[in-house]
Design a protein around this ligand. Sequence first.
Ligand SMILES: NC(=O)c1ccc[n+]([C@@H]2O[C@H](COP(=O)([O-])OP(=O)(O)OC[C@H]3O[C@@H](n4cnc5c(N)ncnc54)[C@H](O)[C@@H]3O)[C@@H](O)[C@H]2O)c1
Ligand SMILES: O=c1ccn([C@@H]2O[C@H](COP(=O)(O)OP(=O)(O)O[C@H]3O[C@H](CO)[C@H](O)[C@H](O)[C@H]3O)[C@@H](O)[C@H]2O)c(=O)[nH]1
Length: 341
Amino acid sequence: MKVLVTGGAGYIGSTVVSALAEAGAVPVVLDSLVQGRAEFAAGHSLYMGDIADVGMLDRIFAEHPDISTLMHFAARIDVEESTRLPSLYYRENLCKGAALLEEVLRRGVRRVIFSSTAAVYRGGDGSRGLPEDAPTEPLSPYARSKLMFEGVLSDLCAQFGASAVALRYFNPVGADPALRSGPYKPDPSHILGKLTGLAAVGGGEFVINGDDYPTRDGTPVRDYVHVWDLARAHLSALNYVNGAGPGCTVVNVGSGSGVTVREFVDAFMAVTGLPLTVRVGGRRPGDTAGAYADTGQAESRLGWRPERSLEEGIRDALAWEERFRAGGQGVARREERPAWG
Ligand SMILES: NC(=O)c1ccc[n+]([C@@H]2O[C@H](COP(=O)([O-])OP(=O)(O)OC[C@H]3O[C@@H](n4cnc5c(N)ncnc54)[C@H](O)[C@@H]3O)[C@@H](O)[C@H]2O)c1
Ligand SMILES: O=c1ccn([C@@H]2O[C@H](COP(=O)(O)OP(=O)(O)O[C@H]3O[C@H](CO)[C@H](O)[C@H](O)[C@H]3O)[C@@H](O)[C@H]2O)c(=O)[nH]1
């Protein structure tokens, strides 16, 4: 089975590319490299181009007429940036995404897997798992662009008789356990990126953004899902759309349990043995007490369950970070990227 993977040189897309190849499918990557790393797609067909470049799509489908499935990861993903540059997010994630979708459906693709986000939900209070029919209330242009695209996907699938799954990811953590790719952005703001940054310099101070939330220890709850489990969920979604009728199904992908910030930091210290100094600071603007996924649909519809623990996610992230910082195998600098495609 041949799968067109947009954004396949990015963090999650590249992990799914590895999982697809391991499962015997053939990924064909389309990525502009506005983010991502060409070397993450090493060994696979990589077309360096924009998802809205019709000429590039002509070429890809001429060279791979047997592409049957689209996995659409390519997007701008910075929530804060989206509040400053909403037009960029609606153009990239919504307009270009819709144009791409129509082009591939016109070329005969009838199965689509889309990367959506738990950020479409109204912020929870951390006390219960969110099912897919929980109220949506995206708080940023990024999250709105994702929810709007889900609507486009549903409508175009009905028009073309295609079947799709929109996977709403909770918080991905970790790296490909075989260390073929992983998080690569400098100065990450997310919790595990901050902690691995401290580990790289042998310790330091970690600031908890507020401990006055209505949760069990006062710090926000999130659902951290190992990126390899997330990749496996895409393989399960692929099986599902192969047998499904026309339409779009929304499925949460999370670990199914909530972890507070304090619990996360404790887990990190237990895994690393690092003596971090933990200080409680003020709330981060826009933060919510949080939520975790009700994974009932993922299990009943896709037959998928998370398998990896938070500790494995932390260990894999650390191992990847060490290799990445050392400029390890396959990691080239930007200007050394081969002009594949
Ligand atoms: N990382 C997360 O925490 C998270 C959470 C929920 C959902 N998601 C979704 O998962 C998907 C992948 O996220 P990621 O973390 O791997 O991000 P990423 O930035 O690492 O990967 C995105 C990839 O898309 C490519 N791209 C962007 N715009 C493009 C365009 N117009 N044409 C071609 N390629 C383009 C980039 O070059 C990059 O390689 C995104 O759709 C994102 O919204 C991510
Ligand atoms: O130094 C830090 C970093 C984070 N946190 C807290 O840790 C929790 C998780 O924060 P993250 O930034 O890791 O994750 P968020 O759920 O806030 O979501 C953000 O990161 C996600 C990736 O994990 C997605 O990209 C999402 O779209 C983006 O808003 C939050 O309460 C945050 O305030 C701290 O206390 N201190």
